[in-house]
Ligand binder design. Structure first.
Ligand SMILES: Nc1ncnc2c1ncn2[C@@H]1O[C@H](COP(=O)(O)OP(=O)(O)O)[C@@H](O)[C@H]1O
Ligand SMILES: [Mg+2]
Length: 224
């Protein structure tokens, strides 16, 4: 199998703390968006609703009423967009632990893409910390997003097993694989996944064979 040349960070020893700080920052931004912007959007939506009702009662020209309805629709869209950003910054499912989060993610993936995604999670994952769970979840999400975008796969499989203090996460697809040398120049997703693995003090290995599929393997220590 071709060995992998996607580089991680030049100073991986500084990553765990930097990534933890970033995750805390993401969670804070998610909270602020929800509490501050969310409250404003709700207020604007209520004010627009009242405006629409009084325009309807006044029985004046149709156009202002139409505009009020349209503005309400735009507010709803802004609310949906905001919730999408919040979910991305701080995926709520992660609170339920890795196994549950991956089960949810693989179900969503199958529904959205038609690619059959299965997941097998072994025992001993309940003790994983929040940072470990969110980091592994983000790696899986990026890997699956690549499967959806590029692999032309029929199946994907996520496995997580823990043996003692070592956790192994694998994301496999049976798609068309790719040429690592040219992929390294393309996006930042693969490098981000590797950095996340390093932030867990772990490693990420990428095995891909053109025409046969791709496997990403993350091996990381877990604190007891
Ligand atoms: N599972 C996969 N199957 C096929 N090709 C892949 C897969 N994952 C990644 N690739 C290839 O590697 C490239 C780099 O991926 P990535 O770093 O995630 O960047 P991006 O997703 O932003 O393009 C992709 O453009 C694609 O050509
Ligand atoms: Mg990508």
């Amino acid at each position: 199998m071709p060995h992998d040349i996607i580089s991680g960070d030049r100073h991986p020893e500084a990553l765990p703390l930097a990534e933890k700080v970033r995750e805390e920052e993401r969670a804070r931004i998610a909270r602020d968006l929800h509490d501050e912007l969310g409250a404003h959007l709700t207020g604007i939506k209520m004010a627009l609703g009242l405006l629409r009702e009084s325009l309807a009662r006044a029985q004046g020209p149709e156009q202002p009423l139409e505009q009020a309805r349209y503005a309400e629709q735009l507010i709803d869209e802004a609310g949906d967009a905001m919730h999408g950003i919040i979910d991305d910054l701080c995926p709520p499912i992660v609170e339920f632990g890795l196994a549950e989060a991956l089960q949810w993610q693989s179900r969503m993936f199958t529904r959205q893409t038609g690619i059959v995604c299965r997941q097998r999670c072994g025992d001993g994952l309940d003790e994983l910390g929040e940072f470990e769970v969110i980091t592994l979840f983000r790696i899986v999400r990026e890997a699956l997003s690549n499967v959806a975008k590029y692999a032309h796969a029929e199946n994907a499989l996520i496995t997580v097993e823990r043996q003692g203090d070592v956790l192994t996460l694998r994301i496999e697809d049976d798609g068309r694989g790719f040429d690592l040398a040219s992929a390294a120049r393309n996006g930042s997703g693969l490098g981000n996944m590797r950095r996340r693995a390093q932030a867990l003090q772990g490693t990420l290995q990428l095995d891909t064979v053109q025409g046969k599929g791709t496997t990403i393997t993350v091996v990381a220590p877990v604190a007891r």
